[in-house]
Design a protein around this ligand. Structure first.
Ligand SMILES: [Zn+2]
Length: 171
């Protein structure tokens, strides 16, 4: 029998965190776990999700967050979520949930970038030209924006402790 102390760091965990406050890291871990268990539990041990907090990301990139996928190895799908750390915990969670929907889309092969053509994205069986389509019409964004709130609601139902903390921050 092997018992592992949490302090040593769980190498089997698919999650890595950089640049987040303790509270952001704690809620991110719970939310990431929640999303993978919900969306793709069987892929979980072949994935790494790294959440990288960046102060001022919003100002520089006009984005709250971004999800980057490196698919060098199908054995170990590697995702990086860059996220602005300068936001309240509620918006932080909702933003992370949004990005985790994109993680799910890539992990399950629902969405795929074409390597040779920057402007084309495969969504299920469709080819979407991102230069000719408005951001709000991207089907992957429709799904992510449509799901982010519901995921927070479900997360709060599952973790009453976080629900309480989130309530205090919600404007
Ligand atoms: Zn998005």
């Amino acid at each position: 029998m092997v018992s592992r102390s949490k302090n040593i760091g769980d190498m089997n965990s698919p999650f890595r965190y950089n640049g987040l406050s303790k509270e952001q890291r704690d809620i991110a871990k719970a939310a990431d776990e929640f999303c993978l268990d919900k969306f793709c539990p069987r892929l979980k041990n072949r994935m790494i999700v790294r959440v990288i907090g960046k102060l001022g990301y919003l100002d520089r990139k006009l984005l709250y967050a971004e999800c980057e996928y490196t698919d060098d190895s199908p054995e170990e799908r590697y995702f990086r979520i860059h996220i602005d750390t300068d936001m309240g915990i509620y918006l932080f969670l909702e933003t992370l949930m949004h990005e985790m929907v994109h993680v799910k889309q890539f992990a399950k092969g629902e969405m795929k970038d074409y390597i040779r053509t920057d402007n084309l994205v495969r969504w299920h069986k469709e080819k979407i030209d991102i230069f000719k389509t408005d951001y709000w019409d991207y089907p992957w964004e429709i799904e992510a924006h449509g799901r982010e709130r519901g995921l927070v609601v479900q997360f709060k139902a599952k973790y009453p402790m976080w629900a309480e903390i989130l309530e205090e921050y919600k404007e």
